[in-house]
Design a protein around this ligand. Structure first.
Ligand code: ACM
Length: 685
């Protein structure tokens, strides 16, 4: 039997629906062996081959993580190679400044006797150490890592996470724990959206009014920025700064109104949206200023790529300025797009002059643009494919906007080489460098940002790292739950924030009341896309507290997903599984009774009161679900009228209320459909 299992395991290069290994991202090649390596206090790691202080620190962090994951106090850190449990061999150094496309491959062999990690350079070692940490789990025999042979390398060389530190300032400790999370899932680019209308967050020594007038005191000093870059380098992450221009630039103009297209004065925006102010592309002094500024930042940020933004210039400030209109005529620039292309061209030359290559959003992709720019596609995969056809490199963020509150599965289904890019030639496809998840920060702060990034970004990281054929959603979710737990050992708070925020909302609640609140919020998700913006009853700003249920509820309800899986399985088995039916009933009874348990708290907390409507809906649809189960159990059908009524009530509950969606509504509709005349589970089917 063991032998058969071993053989079956050995044959599976793909994660199965019920995987035995909780790895994320799934490696390029995995062969499971038999037995396991015990992890106890005698565990030690040693490094051979090329050495450098970064590897020493990686070894220390590895042992700290292993301690946190297991609770074991390790007695001996390093030393004698012959006695080491894990021997790490590094062939040679990586580049002094991490480059796009550097080798990140590694091999990892784990046997009951010991483990070996080999890599060409420290980047592969960093990736492999994370794989080892993911393998370690509790077993009937204490902690162990299963025997396995892994040969791994990434599919795409650019695997990023963008964090918007402008709309809400990201404190340094919050940034760093997210860089740790990035390392854990083998991402390699931290794209730092560091200036926008709402704040200029980087210190310029040449032009101190940038942060002086543009940040309300919340900015990163150059020393702090160097610290973040060093921290990132230790984790195998490049740091690509984005200074968004010529739009999204109110915060620049607060200190330097002379570079604006319209009359000042300007002050940083506190609300969201596309704003009118823009730099004046016709002002020669602007380019002199940008030359100095880009020169300063090019020294501060060592990465080869420099992101100039370029998105969403609405042109109103240009249209309103007669001098700019004259300039357009004189230079035969027919449209504002052509004017922006002129600006981008000038800026790209400055970026080149300071030794860097330009990356920018879709809008910088215009005919005649120099071929060394990278197109960052946010509007759709079409432009990425078009750019690749014309010889431009690009990365994809459309489909990876994690601020839109989509499910992990929905992001996971988006492939940088999907859509129009699927039809590209192999050579053109190589120009698609990868992608980035984007954490726009209108509705995130230090407290809930982790929960909006993780764990969903782990699924996106798998899309960027793992072979294209790794697409099984059930496997992804199964591994994601484990990955999510392990991610908290890096210091991330995407699970623990929840109880704290609920406690603030609940105030002095009884245990039963708190439990009822949690039961409700567990099945709510914030509304999707830009609905929160569209349904706001007040004008939200970056001073608006983020302390409501909508700020607390997870972007994706695990409870609702499990319930949906259970209902789907029950219905597809023609509702014959009585144990499954009993299980669903337990769920529904709890939900039905929940509103009564929560009501006292609605009187004492305004935040709970706001979701009273959602609570009533949950109770009502749970009752409908129970009636459907009753009909199925009795072998009767819901009448047409009963079905119509139930469907209308569910549809009402399925509307966003208090900017929240009640996720089980759609699932309960499945039960109603199954129980109604002619449905999957009625006598007449
Ligand atoms: C963007 O979302 N405006 C890049």
């Amino acid at each position: 039997m063991l032998l058969i299992l071993g053989l079956l395991g050995g044959a599976s290069a793909q994660p199965q629906a019920a995987p035995t290994l909780n790895l994320m991202p799934w490696p390029a090649n995995v062969q499971q062996g038999s037995g396991a390596l015990k992890i106890d206090e005698s565990f030690r790691v040693t490094f051979t081959g090329h050495t450098e202080s970064r590897l020493d620190r990686a070894g220390q962090r590895f042992m700290e993580r292993l301690h946190k994951q297991t609770g074991i106090l390790f007695t001996n850190l390093g030393g004698d190679t012959a006695k080491a449990t894990l021997v790490v061999h590094t062939d040679k150094a990586s580049k002094q400044i991490q480059e796009l496309g550097e080798d990140e491959s590694y091999t990892l062999e784990v046997t009951p006797q010991g483990a070996k990690l080999n890599a060409a350079n420290p980047l592969g070692v960093l990736r492999g150490l994370q794989t080892f940490l993911q393998l370690v789990d509790v077993s009937p025999d204490g902690f162990e890592a299963p025997a396995v042979s892994i040969k791994d390398q990434p599919r795409f060389p650019w695997r990023g996470l963008m964090i918007d530190s402008s709309r809400h300032f990201t404190p340094l400790d919050v940034l760093k724990r997210n860089l740790d999370g990035m390392e854990a899932v083998k991402l390699n680019v931290f794209h730092w959206h560091i200036s926008d209308n709402q704040g200029f967050r980087a210190e310029s020594k040449k032009f101190p009014k940038l942060q002086g007038a543009g940040s309300e005191g919340m900015y990163y000093t150059q020393e702090e920025i160097r610290d973040v870059i060093a921290y990132a380098r230790d984790r195998g992450l490049r740091v690509v700064p984005e200074f968004d221009m010529p739009g999204h630039s109110t915060s620049w103009l607060a200190g330097y109104p002379e570079f604006a297209s319209g009359p000042g004065p300007f002050s940083v925006d506190q609300g969201w949206g596309v704003m009118d102010p823009a730099m004046d592309p016709t002002n020669e002094k602007l380019y002199k200023f940008l030359d100095g500024f880009i020169g300063e930042m090019a020294k501060l940020f060592p990465d080869h790529y420099f992101h100039i933004g370029g998105d969403e210039v609405n042109g109103k400030a240009w249209d309103a300025n007669p001098k700019i209109q004259e300039f357009k005529k004189a230079h035969n620039l027919k449209t504002n797009e052509e004017l922006q292309a002129y600006f981008s061209g000038r800026v790209q030359k400055l970026v080149n002059k300071h030794g860097k290559a330009t990356i920018g959003w879709d809008e910088i992709f215009v005919s005649g643009a120099p071929k060394d720019i990278v197109i960052h596609s946010w509007r759709g995969p079409k432009s990425l494919a078009a750019a690749a056809k014309q010889g431009y490199q690009g990365i994809l963020s459309n489909g990876y906007y994690i601020d839109l509150m989509w499910s992990a599965a929905r992001h996971y289904a988006v492939d940088p080489l999907g859509g129009d890019a699927a039809a590209l030639s192999p050579e053109e496809q190589k120009r698609v460098l990868g992608g980035e998840a984007t954490m726009w920060s209108e509705y995130v702060n230090w407290e809930n940002i982790d929960s909006r990034i993780w764990p969903r970004t782990a699924a996106i990281a798998e899309r960027f790292w793992s072979p294209q054929s790794v697409t099984d959603v059930n496997s992804m979710y199964s591994r994601l739950e484990d990955a999510s737990q392990k991610l908290e050992w890096t210091g991330l708070t995407h699970k623990t924030y929840y109880r704290k925020m609920l406690q603030r909302i609940a105030g002095a609640a009884t245990a039963d009341e708190f439990s009822a609140l949690k039961t409700l919020v567990d099945v709510l998700e914030p509304v999707k896309n830009y609905t929160r913006e569209e349904t706001a009853t007040y004008h939200p700003t970056n001073f608006t507290p983020l302390n409501r249920v909508v700020d607390t509820a997870s972007p994706e309800s695990d409870v609702a997903r499990h319930f949906d899986n259970a209902v789907t399985a029950f219905v597809s088995g023609s509702c014959k599984d009585t144990a499954a039916s009993a299980h669903l009933r337990t769920w529904l009874l709890k939900w039905q009774a929940n509103d009564a348990a929560l009501q006292p708290l609605e009187q004492r907390s305004s935040f709970v009161k706001e979701v009273a409507i959602n609570s009533q809906d949950l109770s009502a649809i749970a009752g409908i679900g129970l009636a459907a189960l009753d009909a199925i159990a009795k072998g009767t059908s819901l009448t047409d009228e009963e079905k119509t009524q139930a469907t209308a009530r569910i549809a009402d509950a399925n509307k966003g209320k208090a900017q929240l969606l009640l996720i089980p509504a759609a699932t309960i509709q499945k039960l109603v459909d199954a129980a109604a005349s002619g449905g999957a589970c009625t006598a007449k089917n």
